[in-house]
Design a protein around this ligand. Structure first.
Ligand code: HEM
Length: 388
């Protein structure tokens, strides 16, 4: 194997504090110069091309299960669908659709509309608004609460648990934060378990009553929806407004456009700034790619945020083109593990954005320019202050 190439000295490594805030210069260099890159810092293979990332996510030689088995867990749940390979994966995923598939989303559509209306009505009374705290998190809480059939009295406790378990998302979270996150997983599981019976007429009630899986397996699916869904959905709102607010002509177009344009815009906004910028796999055997050969047993990161700006696939890759269609972005992954929550994110995200822009035409950023938080996952803004 040739000696690993290193990034030029003036480019911040994408996982360094500076690179986490703006990883795109490093992504661009890697894509142009070393698209199958062995990173000596993380000892992982970083893939930045759209074709390579798609292959990693579709090819069974890249396992989602390997490398996860030794992870310490304190919630006593079996491995989730996200960390299993076929055929076990499909056994878990098919019933999981009862909780978050398209039919589940249709079933709670009126409830989601009610939540969006409530959030936007409450905003009118605020003097200062913070994008995540006042819009994104209430949206994620309201939407997931509808899936779980939670009454309004449970929303605050649910949001608190969801916030705590989200500490597990960031691979850079210190051991203390990660341990606290794992303990919270147990609390979340108990919370959802206690409410399974009372939520019969909800997607969670239907999954809980399904006899294809054991109770711990069903709880594993439910907690995955919260860990994998709540924070990314919450942060998507600020990330989207960051791109939209400086572009009044695009906002005008979205106000006048229909629901379909709003969904197309959500996909484009996720392409440009996805809360989940990468995902990991381990090779089951050596794999030869055009840019180099990855050995067996290697840890591979598909940097979907880089692939989403690959000029070989996207015209004007760094520009917001809300009408972009087709838009083969990888923000929801692709292949076997394609985000099961994608229909929900598209539906709720499009509704929220369109209603927000129509009902609050004076919405604008205030104070200092928002900065990207130095967290790896989710990609999110720190303190994005708005005025209504
Ligand atoms: C903007 C918000 C979201 C983004 C960007 C996102 C992104 C992703 C990505 C990239 C994957 C694939 C990971 C991989 O291949 O390793 C994934 C999987 C998944 N997502 Fe999402 N997600 C979002 C919201 C949600 C929500 C709200 C839910 C549930 C309510 C959800 C449930 C899931 C589940 C269950 C999987 C695992 C699917 C499987 O392993 O078969 N996601 N998501």
């Amino acid at each position: 194997m040739a000696a690993p190439r290193t990034l030029p000295g003036d480019l911040a490594h994408p996982f360094s504090p500076r690179g986490r805030v703006d990883p795109y210069p490093a992504y661009r260099w890697l894509l142009a110069n070393d698209p199958v890159h062995f990173d000596v810092t993380s000892r992982m293979w970083l893939l930045t091309g759209h074709a390579d990332c798609s292959l990693v996510l579709r090819d069974p030689r890249f396992s989602a299960a390997m490398g996860q088995r030794e992870r310490v867990r304190e919630d006593a749940l079996p491995p989730s669908m996200l960390t299993t390979d076929p055929p076990e994966h499909q056994r878990l995923r098919a019933p999981g659709a009862l909780l978050m598939g398209p039919a589940a989303v249709r079933g709670v559509a009126d409830g989601i509309a009610h939540e969006v209306d409530r959030i936007l009505t409450e905003l009118a009374g605020h003097t200062g608004v913070e994008a995540t705290a006042d819009i994104g998190e209430p949206l994620a809480t309201g939407v997931l609460a509808r899936l779980f059939g939670l009454p309004p009295a449970d929303h605050a406790a649910f949001a608190d648990l969801a916030r705590r378990v989200s500490a597990n998302l960031d691979p850079l979270a210190g051991p203390q934060a990660a341990a606290a996150g794992r303990v919270s997983m147990g609390d979340l599981t108990r919370f959802l378990d206690e409410r399974a019976g009372g939520a019969q007429d909800s997607p969670w009630g239907r999954l809980a009553a399904d006899d294809r899986l054991t109770r711990p397996e069903k709880l594993g699916i439910a907690s995955l929806a919260v860990v994998g869904g709540w924070k990314p959905l919450a942060e998507m709102v600020g990330n989207a407004l960051y791109w939209l607010l400086p572009r009044p002509e695009v906002i005008e177009r979205l106000r006048d456009g229909g629901d379909e344009l709003a969904v197309t815009a959500v996909d484009e906004l996720l392409r440009l700034e996805s809360p989940i910028p990468f995902t990991a796999r381990v090779t089951t055997e050596a794999v030869a790619l055009a840019g180099g050969t990855i050995p067996a047993g290697a840890r591979v990161l598909a940097l979907v945020a880089a692939a989403n700006r690959d000029p070989a696939v996207f015209d004007r890759p760094d520009d917001l083109v809300v009408t972009r269609s087709p838009n083969p972005h990888l923000a929801f992954g692709t292949g076997t593990h394609f985000c099961l929550g994608a229909p929900l994110v598209r539906h709720a995200g499009a509704l929220l954005l369109r209603e927000l822009l129509c009902r609050h035409p004076g919405l604008r950023a205030t104070g200092a320019t928002p900065v990207w938080a130095p967290s790896l996952l989710p990609r999110r803004l720190d303190g994005f202050n708005l005025a209504i």
